[in-house]
Design a protein around this ligand. Structure first.
Ligand code: LLP
Length: 422
C-alpha cells in the first residue's frame, strides 16, 4: 500500500493528480510521496521497537536533500559511501553521530572529511584502508571509530550484480581473515574498534540469508570476546527487497523481528542500513509519450524518459510496472516502452501489455523511488529530470530540472583550440 492510487481512472499521489503536477513542472520528473516515506520509516522502526538500534538510511538509494532532511527529522541516520553523500547528509541536517561510512574505495580527502565531521563509524573494507585511516587520524589528531566489514560468504539469491556477500565479491574482508585484522586494529593508535559490519546484497526476498549471515557474525563476535575484544555495534547492513512485480519479500516486521531474535541478545547496539525498502515504492517516474511507432511485428511507445533517467531496466533487466496516468479505456496492446537514448538497451518495458497509448499521453514508471534519480546520468547530453515531493495536497519542486547551461557548467574550451586553424 502506498500513496499512488487511481481515482476515476486518474493516477494520484495523495490528493494531487499526477497530470496536474506534470502540467506544472513538465516531464520527465520523479515524484516522491512524503507520507509514504514516513510510513515506511515508522513500520521499519516499529519492527525494532525495544531494541537498542540506529537506522542509517543508505543514501545511494535516494540522495534528494529534502528526502534526506525528512528522514533526519525522524531520527534516521545515514549510510554514506562517498564524500558527496557525506556532504549531502550533513547539508540535510543529519546528525554526524548517526552516520556510518561504507565503501571499498574511500579517498584520503573523503576520510579526512568524515574524521572532521565526527561520524559514528567507518566500515573498513580492506587492510590498506585501515592503515590509511589510522595515519590520517594521527595527522589530524582525531580518533577514528571503526567497524570491520566482513564478507560472510552467504548467497543472497538475488541478481548477481547486486549480491555483495559472496567470497568472489570485492566487498568486505574475508570473515576468516577478520580476526587478524581486529587484532591489528586494536593495537593502532587513534583507532577505536567499535563494531562489526556486513551487508550481503540488495533486493533480498527471503529472511534466511540474513539469518545465515548473523549466525556467522555471532561466531566471530564470541571469538573476539575470547581475545578480549568487545564490540559495541553490530551493523547488519541493508538489503530487504520490495515488490516490483510478483516478488513476495518478508514484511519489514517479519525481517525486524527475525533480526532482533537472532542478534538482540548480544548486548550490542544494532545498526541497519535500509535503502530500497524505505523509498523504493514511495516514488514514481512520470514521462510523456513522444511518439508511437509500428514496425513489422512490434509497436514502440517512445517516451521522454530514458535509461539516463532510470537505468535499472537496461542495467539489470529490472521490471518496473508501468501505469497510464489518465486511463482512456480504449483497449490494450503489447508494446515496448523505450526512451530517446541511442542505445538498444534504452527501454523501460519490453513486450508489455498496456492500455493503448499515443502522443501526449503520460505514463508512470512505478517503484522508482530507489536507485532511480541517484543512478541518472547526462548521457546523450540530456538534462536530469526534476524531482517533486508530494505531501497530501501540496507538492514541492525539490530539485529543478537541469538546464542546458547546467550541462556545460564546469566545461571550458581552451583558447588554443579556438585560435588553431584547420
Ligand atoms: N548498505 C550497503 C553497504 C550497501 O552497499 C547497500 C546497497 C545498502 C546498504 C542498501 O541496500 P538496500 O537496502 O537498498 O537493498 N543499484 C541497484 C542496487 C545496488 C545496491 C548497492 N548497495 C539496484 O538498482 O537494484
Amino acid at each position: 500500500m502506498n500513496d499512488f492510487v487511481y481515482r476515476e481512472g486518474r493516477l494520484y499521489c495523495g490528493d494531487l493528480g499526477i497530470e496536474e503536477i506534470a502540467d506544472s513542472v513538465g516531464t520527465p520528473f520523479y515524484c516522491y510521496s512524503l507520507p509514504t516515506i514516513r510510513r515506511h520509516v515508522r513500520v521499519f522502526e516499529e519492527s525494532l521497537r525495544g531494541v537498542d538500534h540506529q537506522t542509517c538510511f543508505a543514501v545511494k538509494a535516494n540522495a534528494n536533500l529534502a528526502v534526506l532532511a525528512a528522514l533526519g527529522r525522524m531520527g534516521i541516520g545515514a549510510d554514506v559511501v562517498s564524500g558527496g553523500e557525506l556532504f549531502k547528509v550533513l547539508r540535510a541536517g543529519i546528525d554526524p553521530g548517526r552516520i556510518v561510512y561504507s565503501g571499498v574505495g574511500k579517498r584520503v580527502d573523503e576520510i579526512d572529511m568524515a574524521l572532521t565531521a565526527g561520524i559514528l563509524m567507518f566500515n573498513i573494507e580492506s587492510e590498506q584502508e585501515l592503515e590509511v585511516l589510522a595515519a590520517r587520524a594521527s595527522i589530524l589528531n582525531k580518533r577514528a571509530p571503526i567497524a570491520i566489514r566482513v564478507n560472510p560468504d552467504v548467497d543472497p539469491e538475488t541478481h548477481p550484480y547486486i549480491s555483495t556477500g559472496l567470497k568472489e565479491n570485492k566487498f568486505g574482508i574475508d570473515i576468516d581473515a577478520a580476526l587478524d585484522q581486529y587484532r591489528k586494529a586494536v593495537r593502532l593508535d587513534h583507532v577505536d574498534v567499535m563494531g562489526l559490519d556486513c551487508h550481503i546484497g540488495s533486493q533480498l526476498t527471503e529472511v534466511k540469508p540474513f539469518l545465515d549471515a548473523v549466525e556467522r557474525l555471532k561466531v566471530l563476535v564470541s571469538r573476539l570476546e575470547e581475545d578480549g575484544i568487545h564490540l559495541r555495534y553490530l551493523d547488519l547492513g541493508g538489503g530487504l527487497g520490495i515488490t516490483y512485480e510478483h516478488e513476495e519479500p518478508p514484511h519489514p516486521s517479519e525481517y525486524g523481528s527475525a533480526m532482533v531474535k537472532a542478534a538482540g541478545d548480544l548486548g550490542m547496539k544494532l545498526i541497519f542500513e535500509p535503502g530500497r525498502v524505505i523509498v523504493g515504492n514511495a516514488g514514481i517516474l512520470v514521462s510523456r509519450v513522444l511518439y508511437r511507432k509500428e514496425t513489422s511485428g512490434k509497436t514502440f511507445i517512445i517516451v521522454d524518459a530514458g535509461m539516463n533517467d532510470l537505468i535499472r531496466p537496461a542495467f539489470y533487466n529490472a521490471y518496473h510496472e508501468i501505469g497510464v496516468v489518465v486511463e482512456k479505456g480504449i483497449g490494450r496492446e503489447k508494446v515496448d516502452v523505450v526512451g530517446p537514448i541511442c542505445e538498444s538497451s534504452d527501454f523501460l518495458a519490453k513486450d508489455r501489455e498496456l492500455p493503448v497509448l499515443d502522443r501526449g499521453d503520460l505514463i508512470a514508471v512505478m517503484s522508482a523511488g530507489a536507485y532511480g534519480f541517484t543512478m541518472a546520468s547526462n548521457y546523450n547530453s540530456r538534462p536530469k529530470a526534476a524531482e517533486v515531493l508530494v505531501d497530501k495536497d501540496k507538492f514541492y519542486l525539490v530539485n529543478r530540472r537541469q538546464t542546458y547551461d547546467d550541462l556545460t557548467s564546469g566545461e571550458t574550451i581552451p583558447d588554443a583550440i579556438m585560435e588553431e586553424g584547420d
